[in-house]
Design a protein around this ligand. Structure first.
Ligand code: HEC
Ligand code: HEC
Length: 287
């Protein structure tokens, strides 16, 4: 009946569309970028980090890496605390991405020491056997241009000091990208809170089991040797042949990592594999 009265139909259709627009667009707009979204500890990028971010975009790292942890259990277990909207206020443009050839990097900051990143960027396969990430060692030959970066900071309206700008003269693109990677997701203190407390008594299931030691040796070569050395002699991390730790301490260290020391957590290997590593380390311990 209405379709025979074009003018009335037009008015009613407009009203319906306006309701839809208000509900799906205008109302949500009122609640984004308000104080509720802001996180006080999230700080703008420093000049060095900002330059690293621009190199990240130039090299197309976001074609293989996302930068957002979705609020799904599997993602939080793998990468850490899910991303909050307030963490992206200084990302212009944002780099959430949509392709994960490599892992998500939103919670990367503090996962590894700087030295690990330098080696990994130089040649990913020395740190992660079988990685298909390209080598980026050549970027360290490119010096930074302090004037250009100062200009960028002004345009973005990010704070910086004259000292920060003059310090750039000694740095290269590799330093910048590592500084940027270490900032990712570390403005909110999530690492300590994410550590799982191990409840109940720990019990080594493999005491005296030779096969577990051999399995632990393989796991060590793949996961630990890049930082602790093939012969446990140390490198980025300390040597491990003279440990003053009992089985439980070792289990917890490997399971949780050392959040303020730059050792990643290996709990995701599962408790059997962590115990195999404990038994391997114990077998190699000189004490
Ligand atoms: C062709 C795809 C590809 C490109 C391009 C790429 N990566 Fe990767 N990246 C990977 C893969 C696969 C891994 C997992 C294996 C490894 O760690 O090497 C990885 C791992 C990483 C890791 C370690 C993450 C972790 O939590 O262990 C970092 C850091 C990283 N990439 C940074 C970068 C940066 C910075 C760039 C750009 C300069 C870049 N990647 C470009 C594929 C890529
Ligand atoms: C990214 C580098 C890195 C990787 C990979 C790594 N570690 Fe570590 N590890 C460290 C660093 C750095 C420390 C010292 C941290 C500190 O004490 O602040 C450390 C400390 C330790 C300690 C304590 C040593 C002591 O004397 O207190 C143990 C045990 C250990 N690692 C075992 C392992 C095992 C087993 C693996 C493999 C599953 C592993 N680590 C993988 C960097 C790494």
């Amino acid at each position: 009946m209405w379709e025979k009265r074009p003018f009335l139909l037009l008015i009613l259709a407009t009203v319906v569309i306006m309701i839809g627009t208000t509900v799906t667009m205008i109302v949500p707009f009122l609640s984004i970028n308000t104080d509720e979204d802001r996180i006080a500890s999230v700080k703008p990028y420093t000049p060095l980090q900002q330059e690293g971010r621009d190199i990240y975009m130039r090299e197309g790292c976001n074609n293989c890496h996302t930068q957002t942890v979705r609020p799904l259990v599997s993602e939080v277990l793998r990468y850490g605390e899910y991303s909050k909207s307030g963490e992206f206020v200084y990302d212009r443009p944002f780099l959430w991405g949509s392709k994960r050839t490599g892992p998500d990097l939103a919670r990367l900051g503090g996962k590894y020491p700087d030295a690990w990143h330098y080696k990994h960027m130089e040649s990913p396969r020395t740190m992660i056997p079988g990685s298909n990430m390209p080598d980026y060692g050549w970027i360290k030959q490119n010096a930074l241009n302090p004037q250009m970066i100062q200009h960028k900071m002004d345009v973005l309206d990010f704070p910086y000091t004259a000292k920060q700008i003059s310090a750039l003269a000694d740095k290269n693109e590799m330093d910048a990208i590592v500084a940027y990677l270490q900032k990712l997701g570390s403005d909110i203190p999530w690492r300590k809170a994410a550590q799982t407390t191990i409840v109940g008594e720990l019990k080594n299931p493999f005491i005296g089991d030779r096969a577990a030691i051999t399995a632990g040796q393989k796991l060590f070569a793949n996961n630990c040797a890049p930082c602790h050395g093939d012969q446990l002699e140390g490198g980025i991390g300390p040597e491990l042949t003279d440990l003053d730790m009992d089985d439980d301490d070792l289990y917890e260290t490997i399971h949780n990592g050392i959040s303020d020391g730059g050792m990643p957590a290996f709990g995701s290997l599962g408790s059997n594999k962590v115990w195999q590593l404990v038994n391997f380390l114990k077998a190699r311990d000189n004490d």
